[in-house]
Design a protein around this ligand. Structure first.
Ligand SMILES: [Zn+2]
Length: 622
């Protein structure tokens, strides 16, 4: 049946179809010069998507694409998201194609790529996504992956929709056929029909998850821009203080707005979900897992997570690493710049909450910084690898850094703190890192990706100081940071002491420099080492070893490894049977404890007037 609205959208579609919008040519003007024939052969297709959920089978999402103005040979693909490549091409089933004017065929050219050949220039493609049984972590599912229940779920984005390869500027409409009474919350552009949305390009379509079903909803405005919080509860969710939750989120948005002076979207959706963990940022929405039982205990439980993911609306979605700028179905490139995208987002999540008066970390800024430095010193990977190398490890498979662990979030947050201090000192307090963040936002907003060199250049322009050695030493190089060199500038000094690692019972604890993970592809349990000088590494275990047995007893899962670990005691001898290059080895480990570094930061006894002044501004986060 064609409704009045459908007739309306058809007119719009035909209007777009007649516009000379070009496929992803680097230089559209160059195409124009090729003449009328090539001009029309390069027109963008227009796509009408329909996504259907049927409660008769909640393991299936059905997607239909009606393609207009399409070439007689075209390709569809599933986008490989650089931060969440969940490979949903594995779950595509029952794919069919029909052409309006004759024959149509398809072949699968690669895992995530299908080629279609049709007669005419209109085709209909239909496929089903067979939702996998989601693996859970402590009984929680990942908040960014699709799911369906009788009360609703999460659909859409790159997990549901294929895009036309080479034509990512194609506009599209998206219609949702959902069970009666289900609501929709998404950052896609609404139309007059509440079940139909518009996306001006494939990038917008693939970046917009869609929460559907029966959920709670609150709205507020900041600077006239609407924000919606949608919360999908479990059926037995305990009550929590929703007014404070909404107020906290509004304060976070207000502080980010004050920092940048404008909001980079038309509207924004916080898609919060009970019974789930993790989060994924998008241009004008975010999926965040927030268990209701945590909110009932403490409503500000996830303020830091929300502030972090929300800040990505600027620092990741607009200020994009150059490696992430392209929509591609091939596995994503590793980025050298996540120390900025993740680390500075950590820095600002903390700062925005402090400015808003709702800090998640109730310690002072000084103590927070001391804890960051402690973590930096206690994982030797953080000062063995450069910030750029650690950035690349962030989305790489475990083992990228060998027998070390390092965190780009931690390194980057520390670098953000140091750049802030350097700028304050060099400009005598007239500028700080807010000026740098604003400059980078205005310089790189959306159109082009940034690299470390760009950040260096802009830092130079803000501080008018020689920042090149800092970038060479700590961002491109792997020099261990001498924090006191920077802390002195704001009248602070760090002291370091060593202690034995203590467990929850305050007794010396077993060296924790080992971890395990389950590798689905090889159906094996693998071990990781985070410090080659720990007792596990010194005994001869290495990251990537396949764990077979502990003390002659088989280990069937990573969880089982951890429960065995919990019973280990200092002085025990443990026989780790592992497979290295298809050869089984028995490695005997004498369990020891591990030293930890403790950091305290104090004010200099006799700071200069300038150090005193800079400290007073820094401690308030101004
Ligand atoms: Zn992040």
């Amino acid at each position: 049946m064609i409704s009045f609205y459908c007739m309306y959208t058809w007119r719009v579609i035909l209007f777009f179809a007649l516009l000379p919008v070009f496929c992803d040519a680097q230089n559209p003007l160059g195409n124009l010069a090729d003449g009328i024939q090539s001009r029309f052969s390069d027109l963008q297709p227009v796509i009408n998507y329909t996504l259907t959920v049927d409660t008769a089978d909640l393991s299936i999402i059905t997607v239909q694409l009606k393609l207009f103005n399409i070439r007689d040979s075209f390709r569809l693909a599933i986008y490989s998201h650089p931060l969440g490549d969940d490979k949903y091409w594995r779950y595509i089933e029952n794919l069919t194609v029909q052409a309006d004017e004759g024959k149509a065929t398809w072949i699968r050219e690669d895992s995530a790529l299908w080629k279609f050949v049709i007669q005419g220039n209109k085709a209909t493609v239909v496929y089903k996504i067979h939702l996998p049984q989601l693996k859970t972590f402590r009984s929680l599912r990942s908040a960014s992956r699709p799911f369906l229940t009788r009360l609703g779920g999460l659909v859409g984005d790159y997990h549901s929709f294929m895009y036309v390869v080479g034509c990512t500027l194609s506009p599209c409409f998206i219609h949702f056929q959902l069970p009666a009474g289900w609501q929709i919350a998404t950052g896609l552009e609404p139309t007059a029909d509440p079940c139909t949305f518009y996306a001006a390009s494939a990038g917008i379509l693939l970046d917009a998850p869609v929460l559907v079903g029966q959920f709670k909803k609150w709205q507020f405005q900041v600077s006239g821009v609407p924000h919606t919080i949608a919360y999908f509860p479990l059926p037995d969710a305990p009550a929590f203080d929703t007014a404070t939750l909404v107020s906290n989120i509004q304060k976070i948005v207000t502080e980010a707005y004050k920092l940048f002076g404008r909001l980079p979207y038309r509207e924004y959706y916080f898609l919060l979900q009970d019974g789930s963990y993790g989060a994924l940022e998008h241009s004008n929405s975010v999926t965040v897992g927030i268990p209701s039982k945590n909110l009932a205990r403490k409503v500000s439980w996830d303020n830091g997570e929300i502030a972090h993911e929300y800040f990505h609306a600027w620092n990741m979605m607009r200020i994009v690493p150059v490696e992430y700028i392209k929509i591609d179905y091939k596995p994503p490139h590793l980025s050298r710049s996540l120390w900025w995208s993740e680390g500075l987002t950590m820095f600002y999540a903390d700062l925005v909450l402090r400015r808003a008066g709702i800090p998640e970390d109730t310690t002072t800024r000084v103590r927070h910084l001391a804890e960051l430095i402690e973590n930096y010193l206690n994982d030797p990977g953080n000062h063995t690898f450069s910030a750029e190398q650690v950035s690349m490890s962030d989305i790489a498979p475990p083992g990228y850094l060998g027998d070390y662990f390092a965190s780009t979030h931690l390194q980057g947050e520390l670098i953000g703190n140091l750049l802030d201090i350097i700028i304050r000192n060099a400009t005598d307090g007239k500028r700080n890192i807010d000026d740098l963040m604003r400059k980078i936002f205005e310089g790189f907003s959306g159109a082009k990706g940034f690299s470390g060199k760009d950040i260096e250049q802009m830092t130079n322009q803000i501080c008018h100081c020689d920042i090149h050695p800092f970038f060479e030493n700590y961002i491109r190089g792997n020099l261990m940071i001498d924090f006191n060199n920077f802390l002195f500038l704001v009248g602070l000094k760090m002291n370091v002491t060593k202690n034995v690692l203590l467990g929850d019972d305050k007794k010396p604890a077993v060296d924790p420099s080992i971890f395990a993970w389950s590798e689905t592809a090889t159906n094996s349990i693998k071990l990781g080492i985070t410090d080659p000088q720990g007792c596990w590494g010194k005994a001869g275990l290495h990251t990537g070893d396949v764990l077979l047995r502990i003390n002659d007893s088989a280990v069937s899962s990573a969880d089982e490894f951890y429960s065995r670990f919990d019973n280990f005691k200092i002085g025990d001898t443990v026989i780790m049977e592992v497979k290295k290059r298809d050869k089984a080895n028995k490695i005997v480990v004498l369990l020891k404890t591990h030293d930890v570094t403790l950091v305290s930061i104090k004010r200099l006894p006799k700071p200069s007037a300038k150090e005193e002044r800079l400290y007073a501004e820094w401690i308030l986060g101004k």
